[in-house]
Design a protein around this ligand. Structure first.
Ligand SMILES: C=CC1=C(C)c2cc3[nH]c(cc4nc(cc5[nH]c(cc1n2)c(C)c5CCC(=O)O)C(CCC(=O)O)=C4C)c(C)c3C=C
Ligand SMILES: [Fe+2]
Ligand SMILES: [Fe+2]
Length: 359
């Protein structure tokens, strides 16, 4: 039987919290045409003359404030998750962690799996919601790397899990005691944003997404692959599990870059509004991230917290991410096994050989 390989892939992070390393990381990340989707010449000018010189030292400083003894939080937590999943799936899969940008690189992780005799690959982008700039880019790069060999292996992708009960249950389990200990009056679900342009480009009809105020109120055939609609679906699933009243939670989007409109409402504008409404004790969950990283620990846990307190709030408690929580490890194992069960024999699944008996 061919040995199966599982690639767990997250975004990536610099090798060190220093300007040079951050610059190398940002260059690779922001050169991706699914991330900065503008004319290559414009991208190169923007990168080399504006983003890299100004952002690299600023981001390096931010990384230094969250850096752990073993490295960048994103890498440390992702490694812990991969080790736990590898232990659980040892009889079924060889498991490797890879990063879309930086290290451990996707080509190196694929080479390690091939060296162990893997001929059948499963890739799991570690993003609950799908976006061309995150999961899309991860899949495209994985297929590219795997297709560079003479023998192109079978490859299967674990689908986005934004509304999967195992993911939602695990995050609710992490959040429940934190929200209760914080005596939070309100929960803000702050997701990583994307440019509005990206959401519109992913709208098959070209008429649904961002065309009305309630376009993300339900997941339907019209918006099944819309990043923003998937974020709202995650938030509804978590709010229900946490027993939050309708006026006790809302959604916002963080981490925007540049001057073009990103999906809204923006976290940095929502926080002062919540304070102005009299919310004193706030909990913030960041369910676009399955591992704590710069965008959770520093952006929300430090900078947005300061903003909320300066606006009149009394406490902002960041709910930790899933990291390597046992419920999340269980969920990953389940998601991988379910994807193998539903996609390993697509031809058989699509065309049953025996007609179904009459009801
Ligand atoms: C959760 C999914 C993510 C999407 C979608 C995403 C889109 C996206 N991001 C940028 C720009 C930056 N993101 C940065 C950090 C970062 N982004 C994600 C995830 C998504 N990004 C993660 C997990 C992280 C943290 C990395 C870490 O090392 O901890 C950064 C770098 C940090 C900084 O300088 O602020 C940038 C830049 C764009 C432009 C984009 C979609 C177009
Ligand atoms: Fe990002
Ligand atoms: Fe949409």
């Amino acid at each position: 039987m061919p040995l199966k390989g599982l690639l767990l892939v997250n975004l990536g992070t610099p090798d060190a919290p220093e300007t040079g390393a951050v610059r190398r990381y940002l260059r690779e990340f922001l050169s991706d045409p699914r991330v900065l989707d503008i004319h290559p010449l414009g991208r190169s000018l923007l990168l080399n003359f504006i983003i890299l010189p100004f952002r690299s030292p600023k981001s390096a400083h931010a990384y230094r404030t969250v850096w752990m003894e073993q490295g960048s939080p994103l890498l440390v937590h992702s490694r812990a998750l991969a080790a736990a999943v590898a232990g659980r799936l040892a009889d079924e899969y060889a498991v490797e962690l890879a990063m879309r940008y930086g290290n451990p690189s996707l080509p190196d992780a694929v080479a390690r799996l091939r060296a162990r005799g893997v001929t059948d690959f499963t890739v799991m982008p570690l993003y609950p919601q799908e976006a061309p700039s995150s999961s899309g880019s991860t899949l495209a790069r994985t297929y590219e790397v795997l297709s560079q060999s003479w023998d192109v292996p079978n490859v299967r992708a674990v689908p986005a899990f934004h509304s999967h009960p195992a993911f939602l249950d695990a995050f609710a389990e992490v959040a429940r005691p934190v929200i209760s200990n914080a005596r939070a009056e309100y929960v803000l679900f702050s997701f990583h944003g994307v440019p509005e342009r990206h959401v519109r480009k992913s709208d098959p009809s070209g008429e649904h997404c961002l065309a009305s105020a309630g376009c993300c109120d339900a997941l339907t055939d019209a918006n099944r692959h819309c990043y923003r609609a998937q974020c709202y679906s995650t938030a509804r699933g978590l709010a229900a599990r946490l027993g939050l009243p309708a006026d006790g939670w809302s959604v916002s989007f963080q981490s925007r870059l540049g001057r073009t409109p990103w999906v809204s409402p923006y976290t940095d504008l929502v926080l002062p509004e919540l304070a102005a409404r009299g919310i004193k004790r706030l909990a913030v969950m960041c369910p676009a991230f399955v591992a704590d990283c710069l965008e959770t620990v520093e952006e929300v846990g430090v900078r947005e917290k300061e903003r909320f307190l300066a606006s009149g709030g009394e406490s902002l408690t960041l709910v930790p991410s899933l990291n390597a929580h046992p419920a999340w490890v269980d969920a990953v194992v389940r998601l991988v096994r379910e994807s193998a069960a539903t996609t390993s024999s697509p031809a058989v699944a699509a065309a049953p050989l025996v007609p179904a008996p009459p009801a």
